[in-house]
Write a protein that binds this ligand. Sequence first.
Ligand SMILES: Nc1ncnc2c1ncn2[C@@H]1O[C@H](COP(=O)(O)OP(=O)(O)OP(=O)(O)O)[C@@H](O)[C@H]1O
Ligand SMILES: [Mg+2]
Length: 326
Amino acid sequence: MPDLDPTPGPSGLLIARLIGRLERDVVGQRPLLERLVVALLAGGHVLIEGVPGLAKTRSVRAIARALNLPFRRIQFTPDLLPADLTGTQVYRPATGTFDVRTGPIVASVVLADEINRAPAKVQSALLEAMQEGQVTVGDRTIVLPDPFWVLATQNPIEHEGTYPLPEAQLDRFLMKLHVDYPGRSAELAMLDLDGLARDAEPDRPPLLGPDDVRALRAEAASIRVASAIKEYAVDLVRATRDPAGYGLDLAPLIELGASPRASLALVASARAHALLSGRDYVTPHDVKTLARDVLRHRVLASFEADAEGVTPDDLIGRVLDQIRVP
Ligand SMILES: Nc1ncnc2c1ncn2[C@@H]1O[C@H](COP(=O)(O)OP(=O)(O)OP(=O)(O)O)[C@@H](O)[C@H]1O
Ligand SMILES: [Mg+2]
């Protein structure tokens, strides 16, 4: 990690142990694992995108196992119904009353696996829960636990028979992570991981309980951010909405820029990244490191950009090159 404090405090050590544990389960994917931890500390939901077989599901399971929190995995399929997520009311003839049977979404860590395989009404049930921290079953409102953390995975949308998430709802994810292929030596190391039973649940006690997670989140939220860095984050976001105002010739390539929610997400993520790096203050590097992950799903490339093969990552790269680092 760059900018690493030479003497990380107790939380820094705990976080380092967490990442170390994850790296033993998932090899050669450190950037992904670090970002999952950043999202955990920032208290934001994550969307993980990558082609099949890149350990998306495995990474989420690994982090869920390291946390002593109720974990549920929901496999999204075309026949899933909203009630399969949230729960149903069950009639009790003996008492003449309705009981609520809550669905798998009422957990602390929820893996929404292959989220783009379920139709829109199921996706919106999940996204509503993420936004509101509660679900409605019949006439009952169920408040979701704290922490409530959603990790969704999807394969790239070119796949047949999938339902891409609506752009407007993507904004509710703190980050959208792209998973890349591991390097050759990591792929080799993977072969020797747990022998044949690579997906066997290793018998290791969890590292963090709910109180630890809440305390680490509070600590992340209290990390100092100098005003010049806040200005830097806001300018990065605003430049996606008003490129010309920032001397960038990108307007024809951007259909829609990032919302103010993106500025909040960028600063919250930068704070968590500072904590992970053992600092109690944010550096411009924290902001820069996470800019693509926080912004790529909030910057909508125009038809023209698509035609030219320009991706949101390219657009964000141009913005990062242009905005002066404080
Ligand atoms: N970097 C890695 N470290 C350890 N195991 C890995 C790694 N990459 C892939 N694997 C192994 O490859 C297999 C596929 O992983 P996983 O199911 O998590 O992929 P996925 O990205 O969720 O794929 P899909 O999109 O098909 O669901 C698993 O057996 C997993 O253990
Ligand atoms: Mg998977």
